[in-house]
Every structure is written in C-alpha cells, then in structure tokens.
Design a protein around this ligand. Sequence first.
Ligand SMILES: [Ca+2]
Length: 419
Amino acid sequence: MKKLLTIVLATALLVSLFAVASHAEDTNLALGRNVETAISEGNANLALGFWDKNYLTDGLVPVFAEGEPNQDRLGWYAGSPTQDTYITVSIDLGVEATISKVVLLGQKFLDGNNVPNTFDVNLSTDAQNWTKIGGEVEREGPCESLTYETSMDARYLLITITKMPNIADATNYYCGFGEIEVYGTAKGDAVPETTYSGKNIGNGAAIGVWLQGDNHSATLEFTTAGGFKGFGLPIYWASNANVPNGPFANYKIELFKFAYNPEYTLSQAPVKSYELNGQGDDNPKFTFEFDEALEAGTYIARFTITNFDEILTGKMNGQGDDVDMTPYLVLPKMDANPDPAKFVFSTADAFNFYVVGEDGIENFFLANPDNTDSPSQPTTGENPPETQPQTGDAAVAMIAVLAVLTMGAAVVFAKKRSF
Ligand SMILES: [Ca+2]
C-alpha cells in the first residue's frame, strides 16, 4: 500500500513537473506570421513608412518617444472615415496549439491612445467557427498592453474592431497596435509561411511591342503553378508631351482569369484592373500588389492605351514642321523569346512582364492549357474581344511595320538627344 502511494505521489510529481515544463515552453506563435487586415470602409493598412500590418508580428515593440530604438517599424494603423467601423485583423499561426494568452501591445500615434475603442479577440481551429476569449467595450485612453488569458486549442486569431477611438484628424479616425503576441504550446511544426518574390518572364531589351493608334492593345497569356500577389512591368517606354513625341499616354492594365479560350476570357470582367496616367518612360514605375494572392491558374494580362485618339500638334522632338502626334506605349521585347507553350503573346514580339509569385515552387510557370469551346460565344460585352490580324491583312500589317520602324527611329533619335 505504501509502495502504491509512493508511485501515485511520484506520478503526481512528474505530471506537475511536466505541466511546469510545458508551460515554460509557451512561445509567441504569432512571431513572424503574416497578418491580414480588411475594413468595411477606409484604409485597413496605412502602409506608410513607420506603419504596416506585418510590423504587428515582427517582435519589435517600440514606443513613439525620443531616443527609443526601432523608430522605423512602429506598428500597424487603420483609418476609418466614421467612428463606427468593421475591421478584421487575422493571423494564421500555421499550427494548432494550446493557447495560454493573447497580448496586444499599444503604440501611441497622433496625440493619444491608438488602441481600438471596441473590439473582440477570437480564436478558432478552422477559421470558420470562432470563440471570443476577450475584448474591450468603449475603452479610451493610452495603454501599454492588454492581455486575454485562455486555455483553448486554436490555430487562427481574429480581432474584430467595431468602433474607433476618439483619435482623428480632418479625414479619419485612427486605431492600431504595435505588436500582437499569441502565446501557446504548438501541437506540431508550423507550416512555413508562404512568401512571394518577383519572377521575371523576361527583361526589356529592345523596342518590341508598339501600342499606338488602332493598334492600342496587347495581351499575354500565362499559367502559374502557385499563387501570385502582384504583377507589373520592370521597364516600358511611353510618349512624353514635354519632349514632345506625343500626348502623355493614359493606359489600362487588366488581368483576366482564363476560361475556355482567349476571346471568351477577354469578354469577361477582369479580376484586377488599374488605370495609369503615363508621364513618359518608366513613369510611373509600377508593380501592382494585391492584399490576397490570386490562386494558381491561367491568366491573361492586357495592356491598353485608353486615350489612343488624343492628338498633340507640334514639332516632334522639337524638329521640323508641326505634325499631329498620338500617345504611344512601348512594351520592350526580351533578349530571348520565352517558351511559346508557356507564354502566348497577341503580338509578334514577346514583351517583358513581372509576377510576384509564391516561393518554393521549382517550375513556377507551366504550359498553358489547350483552348476549349465556351458554352456560348459572346459577340459583344463590356470588353469586346480583340481581333487578331488575318493573313489577308498582310499589306496593312507591312505598312504598320514600316510606320513602327519610322517611329522607332524617331524615339531612338529623341533618346539620344535627351542624354
Ligand atoms: Ca511590432
């Protein structure tokens, strides 16, 4: 009996030691994880210098005061035109864990408290069913930190903010945090955070695709093996009214999710669309980044000059007689043409392109799928299908080539002059 009691006591001691040990293993599982933010109306992430949502999990908890270190990464802020709002801040810890506490660290901004006035802190194992573990209601005034203890198992954190504090300027109410910490004991290894970096389809080498007048649009079809969260042009040349070699070009850059065939795809609404007022070569430089990555798949990017019929009358490059000039956009071609099974261009020359793609995938770009028939071919729509030149248009195409060569010479001449 005495022996049994000893065993029971020893076991109890071991269990309590284990409990202490596992408690000691509590780590900040949010450290280094991606943060997603969204807002009903306003700016969910004032990504300006000191502020970015990813500074919420960078392990730095600076305060906005003289002489403090790490003044360059203060934390995250959102701006809402109204005090009532709906903002979500979410983190995937990458692994299910027994959570012990969530700690929200404040970061002063403007002239007072940055912390949201009213919010809930929620946890979930599946990002679908949420359990509230804490929060604040009608809270005002500065704070160092707020701690919410729990013992539940979870993988996902969701903070839902419904009211901004009394911190405002002429346009917005503001709230934010310096750091979010989620302490717990992981039940395994966290899945690696998905990171994205630039993948060039090619460099810009020489004059390639010249968009001007009737020829005011060009497309590129490509297929990715992983998600991507941005695209752009590393280099391009555009008309400049100050040279002058044409009115400033306004252009639209659209991304379409492929369905059936290019014609059908381009008759649908784009998944991303941006409009720019060009100011000449590489101006503005652009790579469009999305908050959430687009899924892997086949896409068509289309570049279109929108003010293609605008006319500027003047001496081209300051030389000769007055002529009528129209805006142009040149998409520089590559040194070596890429694999035609992977990259299908609407133009004779392949032009450079850039995708911010998911890392860790050996062959990020795949061969494009075969075209198939769509259930019904639309003949009109918001974006009428672009027509491809037919063989019978060879004479017209030759004139166009000659015109482009002439314009190319003019641009080369203009560039030499500007150096
Ligand atoms: Ca931080």
